[in-house]
Design a protein around this ligand. Sequence first.
Ligand SMILES: N[C@@H](CCC(=O)N[C@@H](CS)C(=O)NCC(=O)O)C(=O)O
Length: 216
Amino acid sequence: MFIGTRRYSSWSLRGWLAVRLAGLDVEEVVIPLGRSGAGESEVAKRTPSGTVPYLEHNGNRVWETIAICEYCAELHPALWPETLEARTHARVISAEMHSGFRSLRQAMPMVLGRDGAGHGQTSDALVDLHRIEAIWRETRAAYGAGGPYLFGGTFNNADAMYAPVVARLLTYLPQIGPETLAYCEAVRAHPLVAEWYDLAAHEPLEWRLDHYENAP
Ligand SMILES: N[C@@H](CCC(=O)N[C@@H](CS)C(=O)NCC(=O)O)C(=O)O
């Protein structure tokens, strides 16, 4: 599995969580992001789409994070909820994450461990955040009884898709409601998320990129 710098690569975090939750036995190759021009980058050389995450497993070649999540769920069905209604909703909100929230993603890039309090809070980013809080609140109200995650006690593909949003909120500290904070804390405390943060903290300092570290 090819992933990017853990400190920055939000899409890699999503795909890696799905792969690890499914228990796939794959070698992990970390490609430092942003160290050469487009087209000649290591990511472009080593992946079909020029993006990470990219998974090769048992002869299957899978790129696009949402497709990696679906592939992992083929092998480990608990990555989607059990009932058709809940499963449909999990897919819908995961698709909304995959294609949306551009303003939030741009204004608050994932930079694990950065002290970014107060940065990135553009009005468009806060509109995205408002929508995400509503998604989390409504999903937990409908399906979340019995545990701290979106669909209750099992951390699934939908949580994986939103985990980098959690990371952003914990870095930039915009105003959020108590329910949102409780969900963020639960995701941050999940052992795989904690493992990713820990691995990110040990990446070489020379992989750090100024434009992320000092984004306004
Ligand atoms: N739509 C893609 C987006 C993946 C993406 O944009 N990944 C970034 C890193 S987070 C990337 O590979 N950028 C190319 C590069 O930095 O060379 C997906 O869902 O996997």
